[in-house]
Design a protein around this ligand. Structure first.
Ligand code: S3P
Length: 206
């Protein structure tokens, strides 16, 4: 009883660290322990904000492939699409992800289209643990509405575009090692679910 009372007083972020420690203990014996964690999912699913919190909870570095592409190109994603076309963006994305997968273990948030590229998907599947952040259409529409700079959603009605991306991409995202739903609950709850799912995945692959 005293123990549980004590647990209640531990701040949320510390609880994540405790879960993370348990997770790391579990993964010591697992062949996946050195693998990076790659977040996949549609625009607006929360790959970057949740991925950043997850990295913090696990004591790992966080990296966002869109940010790396912007650094490499020296201009925004909207500009890359406009000036050089989507294919140039996809080529950069492929190279950036190939490089990041060779770096020490970290949490990598990918752009929504990255896992759809067969070569990139193969590389990710071979060398990382994949987490699909699954969100429904209403959540995606609401979250993408908060920030622009996504050229694909500027080509028509964002809701219709997201709906057709769900139809096209969800069956492919479904190959992920771990699938976690993200909804109105808040990012901290989603991080907890991912830590739990990673622990179970590590146990299963040990
Ligand atoms: C894209 C998603 C974007 C970005 C680019 C293309 C896509 O990233 O990579 O605009 O094809 O779904 P986010 O998923 O982080 O918004």
């Amino acid at each position: 009883m005293t123990f549980f009372r004590h647990l209640k007083k531990i701040p949320k972020s510390e609880k994540y660290r405790l879960s993370a420690t348990l997770l790391l203990m579990n993964t010591i014996l697992s062949p996946d322990s050195d693998k990076s964690i790659v977040m996949i999912g549609l625009m607006g699913a929360g790959k970057s904000s949740i991925g950043r919190r997850l990295a913090d909870a696990l004591g790992l570095e966080f990296v966002d492939t869109d940010d790396e592409i912007i650094k490499a190109a020296g201009c925004s994603i909207a500009d890359i699409f406009e000036l050089y076309g989507e294919q140039a963006f996809r080529d950069l994305e492929e190279r950036v992800i190939e490089r990041l997968l060779q770096e020490p273990r970290c949490v990598i948030a990918t752009g929504g289209g990255a896992y759809m590229h067969p070569e990139t998907r193969k590389r990710i599947d071979e060398s990382a643990v994949t987490v699909w952040l699954r969100a429904d259409l209403d959540i995606l529409v609401e979250r993408t509405g908060r920030r622009g700079g996504r050229p694909l959603l500027e080509q028509g009605n964002p809701r219709k575009i997201l709906k057709s991306l769900i139809d096209e991409r969800h069956p492919v995202y479904a190959r992920a090692n771990i699938i976690v739903d993200t909804g109105p609950d808040g990012h901290d709850i989603t991080v907890q679910r991912i830590v739990q799912a990673l622990t179970e995945f590590a146990k299963a692959s040990a």
